[in-house]
Design a protein. Structure first.
Length: 130
């Protein structure tokens, strides 16, 4: 099978007389993207995003305009917690990607921030004479 995930390979050469060289090693390129982050949740106060992704990868959290709100390195157990630059508390859609050490990005996972922002007070309120 194709070796596309940074595997270490051992290579030898054998001649017609069946003499085998010493082994040398090489590393296959890592062209395999990590899986999309899972279990992605925005905290109740909208200040952090947690989830699971490939250990050692970097997750980036972005708003609907593509602006980066935060990032974090995924722990050895696959969990991450990213602190956001601004709290997301108005039902915003958040996207999360994981990028591995070889710079392969995952597909996007999305989640919705909690909506804890009260609407503006009504203005120009009038009671009709009816």
């Amino acid at each position: 099978p194709a070796q596309t995930n940074g595997q270490t390979l051992s290579v030898t050469a054998t001649d017609a007389a069946n003499n085998t060289s010493s082994a040398t090693t090489t590393t296959a390129p890592d062209t395999t993207a990590p899986a999309a982050p899972t279990n992605v949740q925005v905290s109740g106060d909208g200040e952090t995003v947690t989830g699971k992704a490939e250990a050692g990868s970097t997750v980036a959290i972005k708003d609907a305009n593509g602006t980066t709100l935060g990032s974090a390195t995924v722990a050895a157990d696959g969990s991450f917690t990213a602190t956001l630059s601004s709290a997301q508390t108005n039902g915003q859609t958040i996207s999360v990607t994981a990028t591995d050490a070889a710079n392969n990005p995952s597909s996007v996972a999305t989640t919705t921030a909690p909506d804890t922002t009260a609407p503006a007070a009504p203005t120009n309120v009038q009671v009709s004479g009816d």
